[in-house]
Design a protein around this ligand. Structure first.
Ligand code: HEC
Length: 178
């Protein structure tokens, strides 16, 4: 009898405060597991992405360096822009300290040509004499930003777009001292 009465009483007496106490740890535990899930999602989600971004920017700067090197090769080794656009030093060679900074032309045509330019302007280091697009247009079509052709002896280049973009990248890559 006593045990029967005290049993339910004891249980019901303990249940109410017990239930309140038991709710808290459960609530905390579920918060904790949500936090763990969220943080593991963040860890898995952001780390590979950050890694991939790093990889991409490395690849970008590598390919950018490759493009500039290609432009340098075209300017110095193929199109010879420096022959006209760089002043001469006392030995008659290109003055590398004023590389592509503009120069009077060291020669003129045998037969006087009224259209002949006597000066090759500065084309190297920023700001370039025209926007990137206008520079590319000149080198791919021969048409300058004013809509007409430049005077001789500026060659009428017909470069591929890739080559022209590489030349422009190179021209922008140095500050008067290549
Ligand atoms: C044989 C000489 C010669 C070579 C080589 C040469 N240029 Fe020129 N360039 C000139 C002359 C001369 C002018 C001026 C034309 C004019 O005034 O109409 C000129 C003008 C320019 C202009 C216009 C600049 C401005 O502010 O008006 C650009 C840009 C240019 N050249 C880029 C180049 C590039 C890039 C190369 C090499 C890929 C190159 N040139 C090779 C002679 C040359």
């Amino acid at each position: 009898m006593l045990s029967k009465r005290s049993g339910p009483h004891g249980v019901s007496g303990g249940v109410v405060p017990g239930r309140v106490h038991r709710m808290h740890p459960m609530f905390h535990r579920s918060l904790l597991s949500i936090a763990m899930v969220v943080s593991s999602v963040l860890l898995w989600g952001t780390n590979p992405r950050a890694f991939a971004q790093k990889q991409t920017s490395n690849a970008q700067s590598k390919s950018e360096a490759g493009i500039v090197a290609r432009g340098k090769y075209i300017v110095e080794g193929v199109a010879m822009c420096g022959q006209c656009h760089t002043p001469r030093d006392s030995n008659g060679g290109s003055d590398r300290s004023r590389w592509l900074q503009g120069a009077p032309l060291p020669w003129s045509p045998d037969k006087p040509e009224s259209d002949w330019a006597t000066n090759a302007p500065r084309i190297g280091s920023t700001p370039l004499p025209a926007s990137d697009d206008d520079m590319v247009k000149l080198l791919t079509t021969g048409i300058w930003k004013n809509g007409s052709r430049l005077r001789p002896p500026m060659p009428q280049f017909r470069m591929s777009r890739g080559d022209a973009e590489a030349v422009v990248a190179y021209l922008k890559s140095f500050n008067s001292q290549p």
